[in-house]
Design a protein around this ligand. Structure first.
Ligand code: BUP
Length: 454
């Protein structure tokens, strides 16, 4: 058969934060003439996921779709702490179905690319099939240092004492570590970190949606064996360019706003704030005097988010919001929003995809991390000069209310900050060079594809 033919299978995990980068990777590989089989665990948790998948397969008929039918669990509410983590577990427990699926693919696979949350499950399967296995880590390289170190940080009582120190790297303080990882009791996140972190050494490489100029130090530490001995290469292929097909909706309101004048607010696809904090935030936005576009989210999973905007905000606040802003309670194509010339700033939870979309579009960030990797990402926002992070604003799990006046002041501050605006534009230019012809991430990806041509 053709020596140059490359066929890879991709296995994403649950939630848009994991699915989106896999979709972008699939599109990019296709553009490099790689045959892609995209394995979709079904059912998905959210509507957003199933819609994105259908766009992918309509736009790229050359990508093969395979279903992984998830088996129901006997203990339905065991560990229902988070519907997305629970879904990781479902996929994990259905993974024995992968072996027959993978070996039936034709032409035979050159490699498999698996989400970070299934390293420990999938590596034994690909090993038994003699398939190279690459892990796609869907967060920052800095977060990867914690992911692969976590199991080494656990004391005899299974808790960690301190943050993470790696020589040559700014430490990760304990306060930035995802709260479930600090708990004494076992939980799904802790198990994922421990099991997968260990197993990463047995993969053939770790793809990361990042690039040299923003994460040089973390990438160097990982690749020089300063984080964990025996780790394969951390391969920086980002920032993965957004796909043009990602659904499009008309935002006439945005079209009518002056350039750079609108502040955009969204906390990602899986964060729901308390009703009280939502109202305080709304109050703050109104008082800032800025124009704003606000995605209001009241429930973790979109299918359950059926409360009306007026019920969430109340009549009075809703009326005042309408004077200068637009609040919506639906899925907006964020990439399209961030690329709109009217957008000037972004209040973000710093999910890794949101962050990479902001830098791709040169939009400065006011960081308000809520959980998971987000404090570690927010620190990067500050470090590279993409925005600012108010550290006194609490984590999602904490029982504290950030007041309207405080929010209003910070919004005015970031929207009025011209040096941040210019630095964000500089970052945007750099990001596009990196994935352009001859850019560092393009070269890295081309080299990787060559290693599969054997
Ligand atoms: Br909400 C929302 N439209 O209305 P992150 C999100 N998105 O396009 P998360 C929309 O979902 P994890 C909306 O552009 C990004 O690509 C957004 O991913 C898109 O955060 C994605 O930013 C959200 O990584 O996931 O959802 O909290 O916890 O895995 O980081």
């Amino acid at each position: 058969s053709d020596q140059n033919f490359v066929h890879v299978a991709l296995l994403p995990s649950a939630g848009m934060g994991h699915l989106t980068p896999f979709i972008r990777l699939a599109a990019l590989l296709t553009a490099h003439n790689v045959q892609v089989t995209f394995i979709t665990p079904i059912p998905t948790v959210s509507l957003a996921e199933s819609q994105s998948l259908s766009h992918l397969f309509t736009t790229f008929p050359q990508i093969t779709q395979k279903h992984l039918h998830l088996l129901p669990l006997d203990e339905p509410s065991a560990n229902s702490e988070d519907p997305f983590y629970y879904h990781f577990e479902l996929i994990r427990r259905s993974s024995h179905l992968l072996s027959p699926l993978l070996s039936s693919l034709s032409p035979p696979l050159s490699a498999m690319i698996t989400d970070m949350s299934f390293a420990s499950t999938v590596i034994p399967i690909t090993d038994s099939l003699g398939l190279p296995n690459y892990i796609f880590f869907t967060s920052s390289a800095k977060m990867l240092t914690l992911y692969v170190s976590f199991h080494t940080m656990l004391g005899p009582n299974r808790v960690i004492k301190d943050g993470l120190k790696v020589s040559g790297l700014e430490p990760i303080p304990k306060a930035w570590i995802p709260p479930p990882l600090l708990e004494e009791d076992n939980n799904l996140l802790k198990t994922f970190f421990t099991e997968n972190g260990k197993k990463m050494t047995e993969s053939d490489g770790i793809l990361v949606n990042t690039y040299e100029s923003i994460e040089h130090e973390a990438l160097a530490a990982l690749n020089e064996g300063r984080v964990l001995i025996g780790l394969p290469s951390a391969i920086a292929i980002g920032p993965l360019p957004p796909c043009k097909f990602e659904t499009s909706q008309q935002l006439a309101w945005l079209d009518n706003q002056p350039t750079g004048s609108v502040f955009y607010i969204s906390f990602g696809s899986r964060t729901a704030m308390s009703r009280e904090q939502i109202r305080e935030l709304g109050e703050g936005l109104v008082r800032s005097g800025c124009r704003f576009l606000w995605v209001v989210k009241d429930k973790k999973v979109d299918m359950e988010d059926d409360e009306k905007l007026i019920e969430v905000l109340g009549q009075g606040l809703l009326e005042r919001v309408k004077e200068k802003g637009l609040a919506v309670k639906k899925w907006l194509n964020q990439e399209e929003v961030l690329s709109h010339p009217a957008i000037g700033g972004f209040l973000s939870h710093c999910g890794w995809n949101s962050l990479s979309e902001a830098l791709w579009n040169g939009v400065r960030i006011l960081a308000w991390p809520q959980h998971g990797d987000q404090k570690i990402n927010a620190n990067l926002v500050e470090r590279i000069g993409l925005g600012m992070w108010v550290k006194s604003w609490g984590w999602g799990e904490e029982d504290m209310l950030v007041k309207a006046e405080d929010i209003a002041e910070r919004v005015r501050e970031i929207m009025g900050n011209d040096s941040l605006r210019l630095q964000a534009l500089h970052i945007k230019e750099e990001a596009r060079v990196v994935v352009g012809d001859g850019g560092s991430s393009t070269k890295t990806l081309t080299t990787l594809i060559k290693t599969w041509k054997k």
